[in-house]
Design a protein around this ligand. Sequence first.
Ligand code: FHN
Length: 480
Amino acid sequence: MKRTTLIALLTAFLTHSTFTTAQTSPEKRNSVALEHGAHRLGKRSDTFMETWRNYGLGQFIHWGVYAIPGGHWDGKYYPGAAEWIRSWKEMPKDAYDNLYKQFDPKAFDAGKWADQAKDMGAKYVIITTKHHDGFCLWPSKYTDYTIAKSPYGKDIIGQLVEAYDARGIDVYLYFSIIDWNHPGYRSSLKDDADRKEYETFKTFTRNQLVELLERYPSTKGLWFDGSWDKAWIEQAAFADELGRELRDMVPGLIIGSRFRADENGNRHFDTNGDMMGDYEQGWERKMPETIADTHGNDWDCVMTIPENQWGYHSDWKGHVKTGNELIEMLVKAVALDGNFVLNFGPDGQGNIRPEETRLAAEMGAWMDKNHEVIYGCGYLDWKKQDWGYYTVNRKTGKKYMVVFNTPVSGALRVKTPSKTKLETVYLLENPDADIAIEEIHRNEYFIHYQPDTPSDKPFVIVMETTGSASDEGHYQKAKT
Ligand code: FHN
């Protein structure tokens, strides 16, 4: 080979390999230097995050003084989300800010709530410590606007943490950055006077967060909200430093992508498109359609039972989700490597409303029989079919079909990756049931199964395969 040809070939090889590395290696990515962007690329792999990833199902609780008006004021119906009623022009601010003087939830029983979460199958709970109104469900020493000043007087967060901890349900604390009650809070900073006031708010926010982690050291993570204000977005350095301080306080602390912005004001994902935080918090009342939509990130989906009500609204309007819809969302979330978190909004007395209790029981009954397709499970890289969703246990590799739509033919199509042979299938609930595999092509099968009595709930088929490819069950690459 001529020397010039060899050099040309070498140059081409080096150019190509540099290019390839630039596409795949985080260190060499085409990126803007950021001081307050993502501090890690790719998923966290520690045991705390493994635990988070394997929860599958969580419970969200929105509770505060907004539960007293319950979406009504002065005989008028508030059409927004109940916890936002203070922002409604019909509701005098002063009236709202004095509601805490009536907050005396006689029926509140932390153990009862935690039992219900446990029976539903929740592995973790996210509790509002304070929502945008600034009212604290713990006796914060940094403000008077707390439960300590209400007729009820007792620490609600403390009781909930104890009750959920006792039942083995991990606790995450919801914290709103927006605080309509704090005198230094601003949504935007127009002049030096605003900036000066906002400094007091920043100190207050930091103090409250440190206080929460000191008071409730079993906390596994913080779920931030209300971080979209321009004033907060401008605090990239402060928020970054605060995040570090909080993480130093609690080993393994988990914080999602809603906490802080980078120095260019980008939220969730920094200027380079890298996620800031341990999991993506952008899936609120919506879900990814395909694994590509998740970009390989950890994520949670927080969901309301009615269309958009988090806090207690006595009058739900519009569509209220059914048990089967919620079960399908749960399975879909797990099938796409996420967690599903269902919201509950107890009333002003501390009662979980009957509709929510009924749905929790319905989910719990299904989870009782089928939880093994949820806990510790995630995405199986097989072509999705119309009958429902696949999940796979990340540790054991055990594979499941969760069937929501049975075809009239009773033939459920399964396409396996090359080198993967479907050997055995059986019904999780009844391994002796009549069920058969028909191989229709290479790597394509029909599973023939007709339930004797039509079920009104999704059912699970366990699949056993041979010659499985090594990467099964692990999300590798977004198929965009
Ligand atoms: O404004 C809040 C809303 O009230 C509720 O708390 C939800 C829960 O994720 N978060 C905010 C909207 O994104």
